[in-house]
Design a protein around this ligand. Structure first.
Ligand code: GLN
Length: 246
């Protein structure tokens, strides 16, 4: 099947090469005989909420977020209806913040969000930088390893679910043990750059849910040989355990 991907603002939200996550999804889809049809959607473009199975937003600095936020807000209703219809969202760092209700940046600007995720973000003084390791209780305690670098402190609404609980690192706000947010098939996280290459189970979850949105039935992906990916995960996890933030 051909998974339809909207890559939102790839020209502006691509700090730490977040677009590499799309390459991983494409390779893992191809290994199962599927493909990715990626459409770049940027400033001024239209957005048909029925046209995509997966929406992807990378990270960006406050400067890029100031440009993106008002344009993304135009699509808030479309994105919320796509989410309600079961489309998949993956949003990283700056994109994660803008998928919430809003972000007050480090200069005090109030940037609007798309309101897909039940959360708000306010920039703090100190940046939260370092390696991170999470445990995902909703996924049989599988772990996610990555790297974070953000000023924003993200607060989830009461009852909202994090993506994982922090084993090492700062997470959403450096105080609670929550990292990221999971709401239906929308996933937001501060884990940057090579998130999916070293967390292949999560890449497959996103792919399976995208295929389910496309086909209307449950999809089981056959396992791949992830020896290298698992080794990369172990290196990143060990680094987080040794020197993750706080
Ligand atoms: N500008 C945002 C912050 O500092 C997001 C940064 C990022 O995407 N790395 O919190």
């Amino acid at each position: 099947m051909n998974i339809r991907v909207a890559h939102l603002y790839p020209d502006l939200l691509n700090i730490y090469a977040d677009r590499g996550n799309i390459a991983v999804l494409a390779a893992r889809a191809a290994a199962r005989g599927h493909s990715l049809d990626v459409t770049a959607v940027s400033i001024g473009d239209g957005l048909d909420p029925r046209a995509y199975d997966l929406y992807y937003l990378g990270g960006g600095q406050d400067r890029e977020q100031q440009v993106v936020a008002p344009d993304l807000a135009r699509h808030a209703a479309a994105l919320r209806s796509a989410h309600a219809d079961g489309a998949v969202f993956l949003a990283v760092c700056g994109g994660y913040q803008l998928l919430g209700r809003g972000y007050r940046d480090s200069q005090g600007n109030e940037l609007p969000g798309a309101g897909v995720l039940p959360l708000e973000t306010v920039a703090g003084e100190r940046r939260l930088i370092g390696d991170v390791l999470l445990r995902c209780g909703w996924a049989h305690d599988l772990t996610l390893a990555g790297f974070e670098n953000h000023a924003g402190r993200t607060i989830l609404d009461a009852g909202a679910e994090p993506l994982g609980s922090v084993i090492s690192g700062f997470g959403n706000d450096g105080e609670s043990d929550a990292e990221g947010c999971r709401f239906g098939r929308a996933y937001g996280t501060y884990l940057h750059g090579p998130l999916l290459p070293r967390n292949p189970w999560f890449a497959d979850r996103l792919l399976a849910e995208s295929l389910e949105h496309l086909s209307g039935h449950v999809v089981e992906l056959e396992p791949l040989d992830d020896t290298l990916e698992r080794a990369a995960h172990e290196v990143a996890a060990a680094r987080a355990r040794q020197r993750g933030g706080r």
